[in-house]
Design a protein around this ligand. Structure first.
Ligand code: TXA
Ligand code: MG
Length: 335
C-alpha cells in the first residue's frame, strides 16, 4: 500500500479545512469532502461540473454513522442493516430515507423538490477506511472524474485532471474492483437496484429473503427527481468515438475506415490486427475485465486514434458482473 499514516493525517487536515481529497476505494477513486460542510460539498459539485440534481453518495465508517444521517432500521424494516451485515465494508451503496441533518446540497436540494433519501456506503479499501475513521465523520464521495467522463481507477487518473491545491490525492494504488458500487434502494417497499455493480441482485435477494427488482429508470435530461439521476444514457465516456461491436465484424469495420484512420480494438477474443490499428487484449474473466476496463478506455483515448472498437463481451460465469460491465460499456459508447 502506498499511503502512510502521515498521508492520512494530512488528508484529514485538508478535509477539516473544507478542502477536497481524492481517496481510493475498492471500486474507483472518490472525490471526498466533509459531508457536513455545505461549502465543501458545493466545491465538489463545482470541480466535477456535476448537475446539482444528481445527489452524492455519503461514505461512512459503518452502520452506526449511517444511522445518524438516514433512517437505518425500524421495527418493520431491517433491510439496510441486513445488507450492511452481509456486504459492508464493500461495493454496495444503500439508499435510505434521509434525516434532517443531511445537507440539501448532497441530495440535490431544491432541484429535486426535496428528495427524501440519502445514499450511504462503507468502502473496504484500507485507505478509505483509515481516512473515514481518522476524520470521524461522513464524507461525500462521487467518483473523482469530471461529470460524464470515465471514472478513475488510479491516483494518476485524478492527478491528470486537478492540481494538488485543488484536489489532494491519497494514493492507494490501482482499484481492484474497477467499476462503481452497486446502488440499491430500500427507501420504498420494493427493494430496487438502481445501478448494477459487482454485487448482483440475486445475492441481495438471497440475503434479504425477498425479491429485488431492477430499477431500469428512464434516463432523462429534464432535471426532476430521477430514481438514480447518475444513470444518464451517456456516461463513463471516452472523448474518442467509441463503438460496441461483434468480434466477427471487426475486420470489415476496419477495412471500411478511411485510409490513414486508426482504431484501437479492445478485444477479449484472440485477434490479429495490422498497422495502423492497435489491439488491446482484455481479460477473460469478469472481475479482471471490470478491474481493467476504465484504465483500458483511458489508455485507448490517449492514443489519439479515430475510433475505439470494443468487443461486446459474451462471457459465461459471473453473469451479474458481465451485466454491470455491459451497462458501463453501453453508456461509454452511447452517442
Ligand atoms: O463505487 C462508488 O460508488 C464510487 C466510490 C467513490 O465510492 N462513487 C460513485 O459516486 O460512483 P457517484 O456520485 O459517481 O455515483 C453515485 C450514484 C449516482 O448514480 C447517483 O445518482 C446515485 O448514486 N445516487 C446518489 N444518491 C442517491 C439517492 N439519494 N437516490 C438515488 N440515487 C442516488
Ligand atoms: Mg460517477
Amino acid at each position: 500500500m502506498r499511503f502512510s499514516s502521515s498521508d492520512i493525517t494530512a488528508a484529514v487536515k485538508r478535509l477539516r479545512s473544507g478542502g477536497v481529497v481524492a481517496f481510493p476505494t475498492e471500486t474507483v477513486y472518490g472525490l471526498g469532502a466533509d459531508a457536513m460542510n455545505a461549502e465543501a460539498v458545493r466545491q465538489v459539485f463545482l470541480l466535477k461540473g456535476r448537475p446539482s440534481n444528481n445527489p452524492l453518495i455519503v461514505h461512512v465508517t459503518g452502520p452506526e454513522m449511517a444511522a445518524k444521517i438516514g433512517v437505518w432500521e425500524s421495527e418493520t424494516d431491517d433491510r439496510a442493516a441486513r445488507l450492511a451485515r452481509a456486504f459492508w465494508p464493500g461495493p454496495l451503496t444503500i439508499v435510505i430515507p434521509r434525516r434532517e441533518v443531511i445537507l440539501d446540497e448532497i441530495i440535490g436540494g431544491a432541484a429535486v423538490g426535496g428528495r427524501g433519501t440519502v445514499a450511504v456506503r462503507s468502502p473496504s479499501h484500507p485507505a478509505a477506511l483509515a481516512l473515514l475513521f481518522e476524520f470521524d465523520g461522513p464524507l461525500v464521495g462521487p467518483s473523482a472524474n469530471r461529470s460524464g467522463m470515465v471514472s478513475p481507477t488510479r491516483a494518476e487518473h485524478v492527478r491528470e485532471v486537478w492540481a494538488d491545491d485543488q484536489v489532494m490525492v491519497l494514493d492507494g494504488g490501482p482499484c481492484t474492483g474497477g467499476i462503481e458500487s452497486t446502488v440499491v434502494s430500500v427507501a420504498e417497499a420494493e427493494t430496487r437496484v438502481l445501478r448494477p455493480g459487482l454485487i448482483g441482485p440475486d445475492e441481495l435477494s438471497r440475503e434479504l429473503g425477498s425479491p429485488v427488482v431492477f430499477g431500469a429508470d428512464v434516463p432523462t435530461e429534464t432535471g426532476g427527481a430521477l430514481p438514480a439521476p447518475g444513470m444518464l444514457a451517456r456516461h463513463y465516456a471516452p472523448a474518442t468515438r467509441s463503438e460496441l461491436v461483434e468480434i466477427a465484424d471487426v475486420s470489415a469495420l476496419l477495412r471500411n475506415m478511411t485510409t490513414g484512420q486508426r482504431a484501437v480494438v479492445l478485444a477479449i477474443s484472440p485477434l490479429k490486427l495490422s498497422a495502423p490499428h492497435t489491439l488491446m487484449a482484455m481479460p477473460q474473466t469478469a472481475p479482471d475485465y471490470a478491474a481493467e476496463l476504465y484504465n483500458a478506455l483511458r489508455r485507448a483515448d490517449a492514443m489519439n486514434c479515430d475510433a475505439i472498437l470494443i468487443e461486446r463481451p459474451n462471457g459465461a460465469g459471473d453473469a451479474h458482473i458481465w451485466a454491470a460491465i455491459r451497462d458501463r460499456l453501453g453508456r461509454a459508447t452511447s452517442v
